[in-house]
Design a protein around this ligand. Structure first.
Ligand code: SF4
Ligand code: SF4
Length: 207
């Protein structure tokens, strides 16, 4: 099956959405004085799943820039990750395994890392399409700062994810076009996105 490539304009646009995320994140992080520097934790071992073909394709744009030796190493680590995470999940545990793209503490695809890698940390809010308002407290270090600095958690500034998520959802619709409803839903860890290779197009009678 044909590989799904992001057209250049969508690739630029997802880069812009990510840039807005980074800038919104920095504004909140600076206001509450949260920095990852010196943190005893490394969030790259958090288990997250990802849900869009556009992020998957954009991740692969970054992976394609790696040299062969790096790619081999990352592939092997990804296969190990997938095996171990599935084993842990079957046992009822949430995996806590280092992301296969983390090389000695640095992200191998920094400019192509996924949305959650850019938003995890600071407090955040989200208004869902059904109107429900959600608030996320941020990472453990952020929660410590907020507890020490604010009388109530809701007084702390928060990054509003609503518009950014909406922009990403709209981009996903344009990427998949009128075949959107035919694609299977994506629900993959980064390691699974690597082991599976880049996203593939689907066959239709007309294509
Ligand atoms: S996001 Fe929070 S927990 Fe993760 S490395 Fe940064 S400060 Fe530490
Ligand atoms: S993609 Fe990069 S930033 Fe995201 S979890 Fe993996 S190593 Fe960390």
């Amino acid at each position: 099956m044909k590989e799904l490539f992001l057209p250049p304009e969508l690739s630029c646009e997802i880069g812009e959405i990510y840039q807005s995320m980074a800038s919104d994140y920095d504004t909140v992080a600076q206001t509450i004085h949260l920095t990852c520097s010196g943190c005893p934790d490394n969030c790259c071992d958090s288990y997250f799943l990802h849900y869009t073909y556009s992020e998957w394709a954009y991740l692969w744009e970054g992976i394609r820039r790696l040299d062969d030796a790096q790619l081999d190493r990352i592939m092997q680590r990804s296969r190990d990750y997938v095996e171990q995470s599935r084993h842990l999940i079957v046992q009822g545990q949430r995996p806590q395994l280092m992301c296969p793209l983390n090389d000695d503490g640095l992200c191998s695809v920094y400019s192509h890392r996924l949305m959650i890698c850019r938003t995890h940390g600071v407090p955040a809010t989200l208004t869902r399409p059904d109107g429900q308002h959600l608030r996320f407290p941020g990472c453990f270090r952020c929660q410590e700062i907020v507890n020490d600095s604010y009388a109530v958690e809701s007084e702390a500034p928060a990054m509003d994810r609503t518009v950014l998520y909406r922009r990403l959802a709209q981009l996903e619709s344009r990427f998949l076009g009128n075949k959107r409803g035919l694609f299977p839903k994506v629900k993959l860890s980064i390691a699974e996105m690597i082991v599976s290779g880049p996203p593939k197009d689907i066959k239709t009678n007309g294509a």
